[in-house]
Ligand binder design. Structure first.
Ligand code: ATP
Ligand code: MG
Length: 145
């Protein structure tokens, strides 16, 4: 299934992230796509909120992964600084592609060849003003926002 949503503010993008998390099953791998500042981390914050994770979500740019415990566990990866598959594997990243809970990856394009085919993609495009177009592909159920 493929659905498109329009966000008009960071709060709106968070809300869409929360609605998404309501429908996502444990074991979901979510590829967050979009340019710098598109709102990938903001979307992840909405996911965390719905999972009952109260810790502040910080961008995992320097740590590869941030792990949180909630209704389902959440793993948040940012591969911006990774060179490619070899480095990702040597850091032990592969286990996150197949773990339980929800795994969200920013800049997953860096490891394109390793990504399982059933991954969900969330593509965030910057429009004028504070607006964003958010296309979600590969989720079984409709989010119905
Ligand atoms: N509609 C919107 N949805 C999401 N973020 C928005 C929106 N409008 C403005 N913003 C702002 O855009 C920025 C998005 O930042 P965020 O860290 O989520 O981007 P990112 O896609 O994770 O970038 P990076 O690739 O650098 O990690 C925030 O400063 C946020 O306040
Ligand atoms: Mg980010």
């Amino acid at each position: 299934m493929s659905e498109i949503f329009y966000s008009s503010s960071p709060e709106d993008t968070e809300r869409i992230g929360s609605l998404f998390a309501k429908k996502a099953k444990s074991g979901s791998l979510v590829l967050l796509k979009g340019t710098l500042g598109a709102g990938k981390t903001v979307f992840a914050k909405g996911v965390a909120k719905e999972l009952g994770i109260n810790e502040g979500i910080v961008s995992p740019t320097f740590t590869l992964v941030q792990e949180y415990e909630g209704r389902m566990d959440m793993h948040h990866l940012d591969l911006y600084r990774i060179s490619g598959c070899d480095e990702f594997e040597s850091m032990g990243g592969e286990e996150f592609l197949y773990s339980s809970g929800i795994t969200l990856i920013e800049w997953a394009e860096k490891i394109e060849e390793m990504l399982p085919e059933d991954a969900i993609s969330v593509n965030i495009e910057i429009l004028e003003d504070q607006r964003r177009k958010i296309q979600i592909e590969g989720l079984d159920e409709s989010i119905g926002a």
